[in-house]
Design a protein around this ligand. Structure first.
Ligand code: PGA
Length: 238
């Protein structure tokens, strides 16, 4: 299975930084299977390059009178290939629940976007030993009535690991990765690709990617530094 590196730039980089950023990534060499997810206003600067482009969120409607929202049909027409759905920041700050996430996945698939579905537990849930319960509930609810699992990649992102420099043990990453695969197999009788996300950086990437069940990683803050992203890409996509 080919490895994947996905970069989630979140709501970062100003207009005067984009040019340098794009130029830097264009020097990376082989970037097949590198997916860059910029803030949506910058998509035109990123498309038609040697890496794939994704959006960080998507609307449930294809297009129309939905002021301020991001149309899956429009981004697809821009040759965007991926959509992150259900990121914990969307769930937390914009109150997105599993029902909404489910509709967003359907909208993305309907418009030929590959979904990067983010799931993961809070610190409290982890401490209560409820990690697997949470993961299972999210998978079942987020994937309700969906069977196109070939176009869905699940990113396991423990919320307590995002932006904290703390990562789970490799045994825990392996255990949860296998668990996610087992749940999807049970539901849809298919193999799902799983990424790990949460404080991935150029220092810990070698050990994280040694978890062989992983298809790759989803990177937040480290991806804002092209040199760190390059190092991660070289380790994962070698
Ligand atoms: P981080 O973010 O790498 O900065 O922890 C990961 C994410 O939110 O996808």
């Amino acid at each position: 299975m080919e490895k994947i590196v996905a970069a989630n730039l979140k709501m970062n980089l100003n207009y005067n930084e984009i040019d340098d950023y794009v130029k830097s990534i264009n020097t990376f060499g082989d970037t097949k299977n590198l997916i860059v997810c910029p803030t949506s206003i910058y998509i035109p600067y990123f498309i038609n390059n040697i890496y794939a482009v994704g959006v960080q969120d998507i609307d449930i409607y294809d297009e129309g009178s939905y002021t301020g929202s991001l149309s899956p049909k429009q981004v697809s027409s821009l040759k965007v290939e991926y959509a992150i759905v259900g990121h914990s920041e969307r769930r937390k700050y914009y109150h997105e629940n599993d029902d909404l996430v489910n509709l967003k996945i359907q909208a993305a698939l309907r418009n030929n976007l590959t979904v990067i579905l983010c799931i993961g537990e809070t610190k409290e849930e982890k401490n209560l030993g409820k990690t697997k319960d949470k993961i299972k509930t999210q998978i079942i609810n987020d994937l309700r009535n969906i069977n196109d699992i070939d176009n869905i990649i699940i990113a396991y992102e423990p919320i307590w690991a995002i932006g904290t420099s703390i990562i789970p043990t490799l045994d825990d990453i392996r255990d949860i990765t296998l668990y996610i695969k087992a749940i999807v197999k049970e539901l849809l009788n298919k193999e799902v690709r799983v990424l790990y996300g949460g404080s991935v950086n150029d220092k810990n990437i070698e050990s994280i990617i040694s978890v062989e069940q992983l298809t790759g990683v989803l990177i937040g803050s480290a991806s804002l530094d092209p040199q760190k992203l390059k190092k991660i890409k070289e380790v994962v996509l070698k």
